[in-house]
Ligand binder design. Structure first.
Ligand code: C5P
Length: 221
């Protein structure tokens, strides 16, 4: 078996990030939050004063992205998230970020036997050959409730109706765009976390990964 690749896709605030980090620790895998690539592109687009609707200019910025800046706390703001969802709809931006993601998956950092990538199109476009594909989702209400609690915990001003409307708009843009729309791969296992806490979601994900690895090893024997 080559590199163990776990693809975790799904809408915003479904619990992908926490789940992916825990899976990476459990299976000694590297982790790439691919949303951070689009957010970093958005941050640099905003800093350069470029119009996010300008696909060519945004793609040129994406091509020059410095991966060392992916941990920048500024990526987490709502403003950057909103612009990320606009620039990520440009096929040229997606193309500029594709190689970095594939390279990370197939040549994970030393000391790891594979990688967990979370995003929107990992199982469908970035790593169609991933060992395991999870599509992590939750109801719009559950997801906006989680985002609201995160914002409250961060001490920011919170407008529940605006958070819900923003999430709805982002879902709409992610799933209706023509380039790599958000949708489960045909061979993905859907995990609905609406009624689950983080530990329960992790337990369910581990069961799915175990079953998949078992069936994969069986078919190779
Ligand atoms: O997951 P996160 O909210 O950080 O992603 C920011 C934005 O980047 C999303 O709204 C989505 O539009 C975009 N994205 C994407 N493809 C990915 C990851 C994120 O289009 N693989």
């Amino acid at each position: 078996m080559g590199a163990l690749i776990i693809a975790v896709d799904g809408p915003a605030a479904a619990g992908k990030g926490t789940l992916s980090r825990r899976l990476a620790t459990e299976y000694k895998l590297a982790h790439l939050d691919t949303g951070a690539l689009y957010r970093a592109t958005a941050r640099d687009v905003l800093a350069a004063g470029v119009d996010p609707a300008d696909a060519e200019a945004a793609a040129a910025i994406a091509a020059k992205l410095d991966p060392a800046t992916l941990g920048d706390p500024a990526l987490r703001t709502e403003a950057v998230g909103r612009v990320a969802s606009i620039v990520s709809a440009h096929p040229a931006v997606r193309a500029a970020l594709l190689e970095y993601q594939r390279n990370f998956a197939y040549h994970p950092p030393e000391g790891t036997i594979g990688a967990v990538l979370d995003g929107r199109d990992i199982g469908t476009v970035v790593c169609p050959q991933a060992t395991v594909k999870l599509f992590v989702t939750a109801s719009l209400e559950a997801r906006s409730g989680r985002r609201l609690r995160e914002l409250e915990a961060a001490g920011g001003p919170v407008d529940a109706a605006a958070v819900l409307a923003d999430m709805q708009a982002r879902d709409e843009r992610d799933s209706k765009r023509s380039s790599s729309p958000l949708k489960p791969a045909t061979d993905a296992v859907v995990l609905d976390t609406s009624g689950l806490d983080a530990d329960e979601a992790f337990g369910a994900a581990v069961s799915i990964v175990r079953a998949r690895i078992r069936s994969f090893s069986g078919s190779q024997a």
